[in-house]
Each structure stands twice: as structure tokens, then as C-alpha cells.
Design a protein around this ligand. Structure first.
Ligand code: CP
Length: 306
């Protein structure tokens, strides 16, 4: 039962509950008109303490396409946060106006605190370098549409695996499905956090860590590219040194299988050349659209509307 629940961590939902959301998203994709009044009279609040294009606007588009309405802020300095108001007081207040809220925050754990104080469901729309569970639902829906399954896949994750929260959420989610293998491609300094590595080791899930994309691209079913997260670096010198570590271009794509798909949570900076956009294996803009549909399904499920 998802009604009234919050989504803070990818693992908050069981595999069956994830499947329920993906199934509803597919129903919405097949017949969006049927769902266009589902949330009439309901309000979604978007509390964005960090910049966003896709997540905030897809949440807003999702609620509007369900016949509901939206309010919120995208610039924390325009809210009473700038006067020192706590997250707890902010969400208790917004819970008096809205039926559900989506929060992005630079501090890891902030949406968890919000969920503990909010009278309405809270959705984590990205917290620091920690988790981004609705991006993961997006990724799962895209992978299922493209590959027809969420198991028996070799998944290459490339770029900033240290700070990339979408990577952390996706590894957790995909490690629950049978026989998935993770090839972790990053510079030494941007490897996945130790806690994730320990989790994979403990659960005896196959993973390998390498630095060169060319050496493994031919083995992959999915290549998940990521941006080097400039905003999480402590000094600019390190960012400048690492920012061009990987650039996926047509030459590299020639070494990949014809069935491999390229995903990216976006925004991209320069890690995928524009020439790759025309390759039929480039799925990242389809992924953007799936993100809206999966958020429609999630909102409907958490509100318990039928
Ligand atoms: N994928 C993603 O989170 O994009 P935004 O930062 O634009 O929301």
C-alpha cells in the first residue's frame, strides 16, 4: 500500500511496489487522457533548495497532466528559509496547504527530516550526493522499455561515481534484480563510496572498477554516463583536472554492441558529444519523457487516487 507514504530512499519501496508504479506509468503512457483528471482538487508543492530543470518541471508537468495544481519555490532565498526557518517548520507549514510535496536539498538527509515532520507525503527529489529515487524510477522505466527486463544486464556506470547521487540510487535498485553486473568506470578520485562497495560485496553482487571506458564498452547492455558534479567539489583545481575524464563520441560508440543503450540523468556538460544524440542507442531524451510519466504514477500512488 503506497497511499500516504513518503519516498526518500530508493529502497523504501519493495520490488513489488516499484513494479506497481512502473505498471501504472505504462498505463498512463498508453492512455494519458484516461488519467487527466485523476488529481483534480489536489495540490503538489515543489520545494527546491537547489537548481533543477528536469526534476522540478517534470513533477509540475506530471501534476498538471493529472488535473491537479502546483505551488512552490525554486529559489530558497525567496522563502522564509532565508530568515532562518527550519525544514521542520517549513514542511509543517506547507503541509497545511498542499497534499504532497517534492523536495530537493543540498544537504544529505534533509528530505528524511522533512518526512519525519510533514503531515503529507514527501518525495526526495535529490539530496546532496546521496540519493535521487525518482530519477531511479525513471531509469528503471526506461531500461524496462528498452531492454524488456531489469535482470541479467551488464551495466556500465561512467564518470563521477563518488558524488553522482543518481548512480548511488540506481546501483541500489538494480542490485535487487537477479544476475545484474556492474562495471564501474571512473578516475581513482571519483570511485563509488565505500558504503556502496561494501553493500555489493556483502550481497555478493558482481562489480568491477576500471578507468578506461574503451576497454569495456563492448561488453555493456547499458552505458549510464554521468556529469562530473562541479557543485560538490571542495576545490576548483580538482574539478578542472577531472572534468574531461570521459567523452563519449561516435568513435567509442562504434566499439559498443548494436543493442547497448546510452542513458544519462542529464544535465550533460561535455561527457556525451552532440553527434551521439542521433545514434538510435542514445536514450537520454526518451528517459526525460519517461521521468514525467513515472512521476505521474508516483504522485497518484502516494495520494491513493484511483
Ligand atoms: N536529472 C536531474 O535530476 O536533472 P535536474 O537536475 O535538471 O532536475
Amino acid at each position: 500500500m503506497l497511499k500516504g507514504r513518503s519516498l526518500i530512499d530508493t529502497m523504501d519501496f519493495s520490488i513489488e511496489e516499484v513494479e506497481e508504479v512502473l505498471e501504472l506509468a505504462n498505463q498512463i503512457i498508453s492512455n494519458p487522457e484516461e488519467f487527466s483528471h485523476l488529481c483534480k482538487g489536489k495540490l503538489l508543492a515543489t520545494l527546491f533548495y537547489e537548481p533543477s530543470t528536469r526534476t522540478r518541471l517534470s513533477f509540475e508537468a506530471a501534476m498538471l497532466r493529472l488535473g491537479g495544481e502546483v505551488l512552490g519555490f525554486s529559489e530558497p532565498n525567496s522563502s522564509s528559509v532565508s530568515k532562518g526557518e527550519s525544514i521542520a517548520d517549513t514542511v509543517k507549514t506547507i503541509g497545511c496547504y498542499a497534499d504532497i510535496m517534492a523536495m530537493r536539498h543540498p544537504k544529505e538527509g534533509a528530505p528524511q527530516v522533512a518526512a519525519e515532520h510533514s503531515p503529507v507525503p514527501v518525495i526526495n527529489a535529490g539530496d546532496g550526493g546521496h540519493q535521487h529515487p525518482t530519477q531511479t524510477l525513471t531509469d528503471l522505466l526506461t531500461i524496462k522499455a528498452a531492454k524488456g527486463r531489469l535482470s541479467n544486464l551488464t551495466i556500465g556506470l561512467c564518470g563521477d561515481l563518488k558524488f553522482g547521487r543518481t548512480v548511488h540510487s540506481l546501483i541500489k535498485a538494480m542490485s535487487r534484480y537477479e544476475n545484474n553486473k556492474f562495471i564501474l568506470i571512473s578516475p581513482q578520485e571519483l570511485k563509488i563510496p565505500e558504503y556502496l562497495k561494501k553493500k555489493l560485496e556483502k550481497e555478493q553482487i558482481y562489480f568491477s572498477e576500471i578507468e578506461k571506458l574503451d576497454e569495456v564498452i563492448g561488453e555493456l547492455d547499458i552505458l549510464y554516463m554521468t556529469r562530473v558534479q562541479k557543485e560538490r567539489f571542495f576545490n576548483e583545481e580538482d574539478y578542472i583536472r577531472l572534468k574531461d575524464s570521459y567523452i563519449l563520441d561516435e568513435e567509442k560508440m562504434e566499439k559498443a554492441s548494436k543493442d547497448m543503450i546510452v542513458l544519462h540523468p542529464l544535465p550533460r556538460v561535455n561527457e556525451i558529444s552532440y553527434e551521439v544524440d542521433n545514434d538510435p542507442r542514445a536514450y537520454y531524451f526518451k528517459q526525460v519523457k519517461y521521468g514525467m510519466y513515472v512521476r505521474m504514477a508516483l504522485i497518484a500512488k502516494l495520494l491513493g487516487v484511483k
